[in-house]
Design a protein around this ligand. Structure first.
Ligand code: URP
Ligand code: ZN
Ligand code: ZN
Length: 485
């Protein structure tokens, strides 16, 4: 009889704060011991020369989701989770998205029923709230938060999803009072639609005009406004998929002022530019996402933000649409930029891209890499310490990372169903050799070992800040106590 189910021996363990040589012993899916000479195990994996990372946590991905214009993502929960696993991600948080008129409860039930039989990695759901009725705000949302759905996204743009400032304040207050986190897509919808109409009137419909119609000002104005709304009611807010340097500046200023503001960015803002939308024919449609990629100076600002504390979370915002009538080109091969489905794939390459170009090129330490891709999202979204750490008692979710493994990215290498990758042709150094989820080896030497439906739903606990004892007035710009609201 062995002491443990699995021992990972001889690797360098990397957490968000330190790196050290140790073995990891796993029993019943959890980390049971860290150290040397740990004993016997049913299986021993030699991790010599490898980094032992907590499995990635992708806190922003659209999987088996119907967009606001009623287009289904190319990935379902099986292909999406398999693709995530091959890239070293062992937990993901897709969205259960409400379309107007729908009950949130029904939306969650549907997402659960679809995901449970398919996911090969563990999962939790963020909600998308597009219809904050009295019933949703007063009953469904508080009850769902209690049931473990402790984060939700709201939109300031997209005609069928956006809510107004007043509704945002309502949602923020529910999050504050019941211990949830609000995420926000911050772009000024009127600015975008005003520019878009003018461009289309003048015959400018090509994909590159998507970037023109989503200027940095639209993003930075909305980001600043969203921050002030969260400040008004004294609650947490996470600004997702930040691309504009001015938006990043607003987040950093808010954080430096002590506000509970968090920032997220994504690979497309480090590795793509608006020029990619100007590729020949409809090729540019592959790169249409919102906010759009910016320019090289913008990329540099986003890299700085990963280093200087602007961003706590690095997510994929995986939103896969195929280049055909099922996806990007629902409106035909000559669709204008307003008709092209928004989003780019990235679940599988999120970690390899940031490791290769961040850690490998000296822009980030390996500990910062773990913080951004695993530990911080786990903390912010209520999954810590079960996920995102290498502590005894945590789930044994590990990516055994070969920092020297060099591969050229081609779509054939990947496991999603988008049909293309925006990162085609890049050479990346650093990939996972083994991926382990709750002690089960799910990817080993480029082969999937996990069974369909073997991922688990992760129940989360609302985080009430000292319930009933919220701080009295602290912020002089708010000339009343937010606790009155
Ligand atoms: O273009 C994007 N990002 N599509 C996905 C939906 C969203 O707003 O995150
Ligand atoms: Zn968004
Ligand atoms: Zn998104």
């Amino acid at each position: 009889m062995s002491d443990y189910d699995l021992i990972v021996r001889g690797g360098t363990l990397v957490t968000a704060s330190e790196s050290f040589a140790a073995d990891i012993a796993v029993k019943d899916g959890r980390i049971a011991a860290l150290g040397k000479e740990l004993g016997s195990a049913g299986r021993i994996i030699d991790a010599g020369g490898l980094l032992v990372l907590p499995g990635g946590v992708d806190a922003h991905c659209h999987v088996e989701q119907e967009s606001s214009t009623r287009i289904w993502t190319a990935d379902d929960f099986y292909s999406g989770s398999v693709s995530a696993a091959f890239g070293g991600t062992t937990t993901f948080l897709p969205f259960a998205a409400q379309h107007r008129g729908q009950s949130l409860r029904d939306v969650v039930k549907d997402a659960q029923e679809r995901c449970a039989p398919k996911a090969v990695i563990d999962y939790a759901f963020h909600l998308i709230i597009s219809d904050p009725t009295a019933q949703v705000l007063g009953q469904e949302l508080p009850a769902l938060i209690q049931d473990g759905y402790t984060s939700f996204k709201v939109y300031m743009t997209y005609d069928q999803l956006k809510i107004d400032d007043r509704q945002i304040l309502d949602v923020l207050c529910v999050a504050r009072d019941h211990g949830a986190v609000t995420m926000i897509h911050a772009e000024n919808n009127d600015v975008i639609s005003w520019i878009s109409e003018r461009l289309l009137e003048r015959g400018h419909g090509a994909p590159k005009y998507h970037a023109v119609s989503h200027p940095r000002i639209a993003e930075s104005e909305a980001t600043s406004r969203a921050i002030q709304l969260a400040r008004l009611v004294d609650t947490k807010l996470l600004i997702v998929h930040v691309s504009a340097p001015e938006a990043a500046d607003a987040i950093l200023a808010a954080r430096n002022a002590g506000l509970k503001i968090y920032g997220e960015t994504c690979p497309q803002y480090l590795f793509l530019t608006a020029e990619d939308l100007d590729r020949q024919g409809m090729e540019g449609a592959k790169f249409c996402c919102s906010p759009p990629p910016r320019d090289e100076a913008g990329q540099a600002a986003i890299w700085r933000g990963l280093k200087n504390g602007t961003f706590q979370v690095f997510s994929s915002d995986h939103a896969p649409y195929r280049m055909d009538e099922s996806g990007k080109l629902k409106h035909g091969p000559k669709a204008n930029f307003k008709q092209i489905a928004n989003g780019v794939p990235g679940l599988e390459l999120r970690l390899p891209l940031l490791f290769s170009e961040g850690v490998g090129k000296g822009r980030l330490t390996v500990n910062e890499f773990v913080a951004l891709t695993s530990a911080n999202p786990a903390r912010i979204y209520g999954l810590h310490p079960r996920k995102g750490s290498l502590a005894v008692g945590a789930d044994a979710d590990l990516a055994l990372w070969d920092p020297a493994w060099q591969r050229r990215v081609t779509y054939d290498l990947l496991h999603d169903n988008a049909g293309y990758t925006p990162y085609e042709g890049m050479t990346l150094t650093g990939w996972p050799r083994f991926v382990i989820s709750r002690g089960r080896v799910i990817v080993e030497e480029e082969a999937l070992q996990a069974e369909r439906g073997s991922g688990l739903f992760l129940d989360r606990t609302p985080e009430i800040e000292a319930a009933g004892h919220r701080e009295p007035e602290l912020d002089p710009a708010r000339n009343f106590g937010a606790e009155l609201l």
